[in-house]
Design a binder for this molecule. Structure first.
Ligand code: BGC
Length: 755
């Protein structure tokens, strides 16, 4: 007789019962039927790289599935392929437990938004939530139930290539973005446009020493709590279904084996009730990482005991935990608990009720890269560009003019989507050149030349880009290419350079020691500036790059952060249909020697205010100023805004009361534009050293020319609290400086006394 599959049983059981009791009783029952091997199977995640051909049940994963030795797969793409795998899981394994299929859906699925650092520069939480929801809709139609996003690691060192994947340097903004992403991905889990999020990388991955990926992290607990933990905590409190561990050590213990981190902080202090997965092959790497924590058996046992529930691809849990159980190194209770958490996630997603919930090929066809999603991406991408300079109002451009579009990113389809875009379909996307040609139509003319190589070293370009699955940008002959570019530039009214980093130059494993424009691009740019024509640099970047020379020689510079609709979005902004509105979420340095660099610094005993000349025996550098070239929060637009001084509703506030800070902002230029009004607070005197300023609020407003708006921020005790030396979260009465302005450098101040 054919057995009733688990999902059908779950569905029958769920009719008319309370969801929580229902889940608990269902999972209790299922656990009581599971063998040890089946339980460990649920903790095992395999990568599907090898299942591109052949019948699913004949593949390695298929066989493991039938044997009940796998609970999740990642890196399988294609709705039919995923459906077939799911069928094996629910129809051919003994208990028919559905798979949870995960993928790195980082800034969209096929419709790709700007890379996360760019998305954060919108400061538009509604847009960010919408981008996550569109990503979930497309991924959820294509078989994906679980995304390894958001990455909320704070990063203050752009040498680290993964600055691209996060939300910048600020804990407050990072927390709000984390919440928006979780809501956008997960919703209430009810629909097939809601997928499970995975907050990563817990914890402190963005603080790798020297910005070198996977490197050591060493940090005080005070800094963890006051600066780095906030976005993870916010994501957990927003209901994130899962958390991914990080590759680095925390307090000299690999994060995945760190019980304090995974259990005391995450579960006991923050009440996280989802499941924890390791990062890719972490258990394997812990054995060889020189961390001295032992072999596969002891590493797996340590990770389980620390609070990890699922092992991503190392197969340590499935191969070694039963032996540890026999030796008394782990308990059955610990295995059951991890298994329960994984099953609960599947339950919450509705996979027991319908394992094919995310496998509807009709939806996949109609929703993936549909017009509605593309339009949203175009609008949101346009919001992300950060205008850094616009001397002489070179921008916006006139459609009717002759434009020379030059550079390795100008007509480059394979890189346009940016890093971490596994589901990209570059053939469908427009290059900047194509978009611009279409946009100006018969009115103007766009001439194109690549002009130079991306990098000096052909080999770097070749090897690394192949490793990332992105085709390398065609190599050109330096002299010929330069001559061609100068030729079209001479003919043109205005020069637009699309330069910078291509997709693979940021993201995982792409640390850099030099952050200025690569030499061949810089050489070309120098020559182009000598033509004395209006010139715009579109700086494609996955991190804060160094634009010191450019800022002295190129009148207009705009930072651009990739995305499938980047070409069209650029036209909207370059030709003035929309005014730029992105604001930096990272400090852009003058020089690599300043790193790490961030605005929310502590005061030193020998401070040198930014802009003052070098002083010996003071806290500054001989060659460079202390502050950034472009500060956190900064960005220009096609109009000007004027700020009134900040006013407070009262000068004193009780420690359990509130106060209101208000500022008036006027659009004093001639175009409609958006502004991000920012609130910063400084705790002037406290029991520990506190930052000179911390972002504590912001509001994105759009003003017509001549329009004025009052923007008010409620100052609550929560905004004034911090973790003290005992790691207690406290408000210490005293003076607080309240600051508002368009960025962290241009603020007006008022003092609030808290009693
Ligand atoms: C990355 C994660 C990613 C995982 C799965 C790892 O190498 O660090 O961010 O989610 O791979 O692809």
């Amino acid at each position: 007789m054919k057995k009733i599959p688990a999902y059908l049983f779950a569905f029958l059981l769920s009719q008319g019962m309370n969801a929580q009791t229902d889940m608990n009783s269902y999972i209790n029952d299922l656990l009581s039927k599971m063998t040890l091997e089946e339980k460990l199977g649920q903790l095992n995640q395999l990568t599907g790289d090898d299942i591109n051909t052949g019948a699913p049940s004949q593949t390695r994963i298929g066989k493991e599935l039938i044997a009940g030795r796998v609970g999740s797969v990642l890196n399988v793409q294609g709705v039919d392929k995923i459906r077939a795998l799911q069928k094996v899981a629910v129809e051919e394994s003994r208990l028919g437990i559905p798979l949870i299929v995960g993928l790195d859906v980082i800034h969209g699925y096929e419709t790709l938004f700007p890379i996360p650092i760019g998305l954060s520069c919108t400061w538009d939480l509604a847009a960010i939530k919408q981008s996550a929801h569109i990503a979930a809709t497309e991924a959820g139609a294509n078989g994906i139930a679980w995304t390894f996003s958001p990455m909320v690691d704070i990063c203050v060192d752009p040498r680290w290539g993964r600055q691209a994947e996060g939300n910048g340097e600020d804990p407050y903004l990072g927390s709000r973005i984390a919440e928006a992403m979780i809501e956008g991905y997960q919703g209430d889990y009810s629909g097939n446009d809601n997928i499970m999020a995975c907050v990563k990388h817990f914890a402190l991955y963005g603080a790798a020493e020297s910005g070198r990926d996977y490197n050591t992290v060493d940090m005080s607990r005070l800094r963890m709590y006051n600066q780095y933990f906030a976005p993870y905590k916010a994501a957990v409190e927003a209901g994130a279904g899962s958390v991914m561990t990080s590759f680095n050590i925390v307090d000299y213990v690999p994060a995945s084996a760190n019980r304090w981190l995974m259990t005391d902080v995450l579960r006991n202090q923050w009440k996280f009730d989802g499941f924890v997965v390791t990062d890719y092959a972490t258990i394997t790497e812990m054995q060889q990482g020189g961390w001295g924590v032992g072999n596969v058996k002891s590493v797996s046992a340590r990770c389980l005991k620390a609070g990890v529930d699922m092992d991503m691809v190392s197969q340590g849990f499935v191969s070694a935990l039963s032996q540890s159980l026999n030796e008394g190194k782990v308990t059955m209770q610990e295995i059951d608990q991890a298994c329960r958490r994984v099953l609960e996630a599947k339950w919450k997603l509705g996979l027991f009720a319908d394992p094919y919930k995310y496998c509807d090929s009709k939806r996949a066809k109609s929703l993936t890269y549909c017009k509605e999603h593309r339009d949203a991406a175009r609008r949101i991408t346009a919001e992300s560009f950060v205008l850094l300079r616009n001397e002489g109002n070179v921008l916006p451009l006139d459609k009717g003019k002759k434009i020379a579009l030059i550079g390795p990113m100008a007509h480059n389809r394979d890189d346009i989507a940016g890093t971490w875009s596994f589901s990209a379909k570059p053939d469908k996307y427009k290059t900047v050149y194509e978009a611009m040609t279409e946009y100006v139509g018969k009115k103007g003319k766009v001439l194109y030349a690549q002009g130079c190589n991306l990098l000096e070293d052909a080999q770097t370009q070749q090897t690394v880009s192949q490793g990332h699955g992105v085709k390398p940008i065609p190599r050109v002959n330096d002299e010929q290419a330069m001559a061609e570019a100068l030729g079209i530039a001479r003919e043109a009214d205005v020069i637009v350079c699309a330069m910078g980093e291509c997709a693979w130059m940021s993201g995982e494993g792409t640390s850099r020691t030099e952050l200025q424009l690569p030499a061949p691009q810089r050489r070309l740019l120098e020559k182009l500036t000598q033509l004395n024509k209006p010139i715009v640099l579109l700086n494609f970047a996955g991190r804060a790059t160094i634009l010191k020379w450019e800022s002295e020689h190129v009148p207009a510079i705009m930072n651009v952060w990739f995305g499938s609709e980047c070409g069209d979005a650029l036209c909207d902004v370059l030709f003035g249909e929309t005014s730029p509105s992105g604001r930096l979420t990272i400090s852009m340095p003058h020089a690599v020697g300043q790193l790490p660099l961030y605005y929310n610094q502590l005061q030193t005993g020998r401070p040198v205010p930014d802009g003052e000349p070098f002083r010996v025996f003071a806290s500054n550098y001989i060659e460079q100023p202390n502050g950034p070239l472009y500060p956190f929060g900064y960005g220009l637009t096609y109009t000007t805004f004027q700020y009134s001084n900040v006013t407070l509703s009262q000068n004193e506030m009780a420690s359990n009361g509130t106060a209101t800070a208000t500022v008036e902002v006027s659009n004093t230029g001639s175009r409609e534009a958006s502004e991000v009004v920012q609130l910063y607070i400084r705790d002037v005197e406290a029991s520990i050293s506190r930052p000179l300023m911390e972002l504590k609020g912001f509001e994105r407003i759009t003003l017509k020319p001549g329009e004025t708006r009052k923007v008010s921020f409620t100052i609550t005790p929560e905004l004034l609290k911090f973790y003290n030396s005992e790691l207690s979260y406290v408000l210490e009465p005293g003076d607080f400086t309240i600051m508002t302005g368009p960025d962290c450098k241009h603020v007006s101040k008022a003092t609030l006394k808290v009693r």
